[in-house]
Design a protein around this ligand. Structure first.
Ligand SMILES: Cc1ncc(COP(=O)(O)O)c(C=O)c1O
Length: 352
């Protein structure tokens, strides 16, 4: 028999993320509206055959990014989406058979990567009103934990941490020789960041993505920030030329366009507020915290609503089982007001 890695053989992955074009996509926390077409045309207007034929060059982009986030080039590792950054931090900073701690429910890849690399995923659960106790997280940081994952804010619940809470988590991790991975995929929708912790502590890394507010999920671009020596270990694991030239070009253009990020944040948060207000007016219970997503308790059966929204209304959303005392709930990505109106109109017809 040929050798097959047992961790891979038994791994459950989701491979159904094609055929989403033409739908209003509110299932994966992308920006459902995307970037303005005019802006896209402008950015693409000077693409040359050389730009496409040569391997991507990262220095200028990393410098621009570093200036924006207050980090040096050697403190940043660019990755193919932040999913790749998370994977390499796990590969570099946890041992076979080691344990990785994160809250649950959360981004699915923490459990998937744990299994992929033969690590054990340890979950800290939310209570019924969707709060999580930092004391519970700290109690589970024991010497056999290699990595503590904290999301700021967490997807799908949207909760965040205070600086005092993060200090305590990092201190507990340090005392147990564990690495802390702070996932800020939803930074910008909630502006308080822990980036300075990653730049000041050897045992802390922080990941971010251009897939969410920057609306570049199709270009696959993310990064991890940390102290230079630690970042070097992550860099060693990356495939050669792992990031896409188009992703960097778009991200650079957004960072350099005066006021564009602020305008995008304002538009996205306005849409979110509009969605929540309108749903509540119609008697819905909504869990709204930080991030570009909310939980909605449907009036009828959650999986049926998801299926009918897809088939009848061409709208993609997700559902989660047993979300605290809300029970089975819809997780809906937010976006600009006009699209939120389309969603609410459809939901009101389907969910009755
Ligand atoms: C919390 C969190 N982290 C990381 C990611 C990965 O995003 P990407 O690989 O597109 O950067 C996601 C995607 O949904 C996410 O929700």
């Amino acid at each position: 028999m040929y050798y097959i890695n047992e961790n891979v053989k038994d791994l459950d992955r989701i491979f159904d993320q094609n055929s989403r074009e033409g739908y209003l996509r509110m299932d994966l926390n992308e920006n459902p509206g995307g970037l303005p077409e005019e802006f896209i045309k402008e950015v693409l207007s000077d693409i040359t055959p050389e730009f496409i034929s040569k391997y991507p060059e990262t220095l200028e982009f990393t410098e621009t990014l570093g200036n924006m986030i207050g980090a040096k080039v050697e403190e940043i590792c660019l990755t193919n989406g932040s999913a790749e950054a998370i994977r390499h931090v796990i590969e570099a900073y946890s041992r076979p058979g080691g344990k990785i701690l994160s809250v649950a429910p959360s981004y699915a890849m923490y459990a998937v990567y744990s299994k992929m690399y033969g690590r054990e995923h340890v979950a800290v659960n939310y209570d019924d009103d969707l709060n999580i106790s930092v004391d519970d997280i700290i109690a589970k940081i024991t010497p056999d934990i290699d990595i503590v994952v904290v999301l700021n804010p967490n997807n799908p619940v949207g909760d965040v941490y205070t600086y005092e809470e993060m200090d305590r988590i990092i201190a507990a991790a340090k005392a147990n020789e564990a690495t802390v991975l702070i996932d800020e995929a939803y930074f910008y929708f909630y502006p308080n960041s822990f980036i300075k912790y990653a730049l000041e502590n050897d045992n802390v890394f922080l990941t971010r993505t251009f897939s969410k507010l920057f609306s570049l999920a199709g270009c696959r671009l993310g990064y991890v920030v940390g102290r230079a020596e630690g970042i070097k270990m992550v860099q060693k694991l990356c495939t050669p030329h792992n990031v896409n030239a188009f992703g960097m070009k778009f991200a650079q253009a957004i960072m350099e366009k005066d006021g564009m990020i602020e305008a995008m944040v304002a538009k996205q948060l306005d849409g979110k507020q509009y969605l929540v207000d309108t749903l509540r007016k119609h008697g819905y219970r909504v869990n709204v915290k930080e991030g570009n997503f909310v939980f909605i308790k449907p009036k009828t059966d959650a999986p049926t609503v998801v299926a009918r929204m897809k088939e009848e209304k061409k709208i993609l959303i997700k559902w989660y089982k047993s979300v605290g005392d809300m029970g089975d709930s819809l997780r809906v990505s937010t976006g600009e007001r006009e699209l939120m109106q389309v969603f609410v109109d459809a939901l009101l017809e389907v969910d009755k």
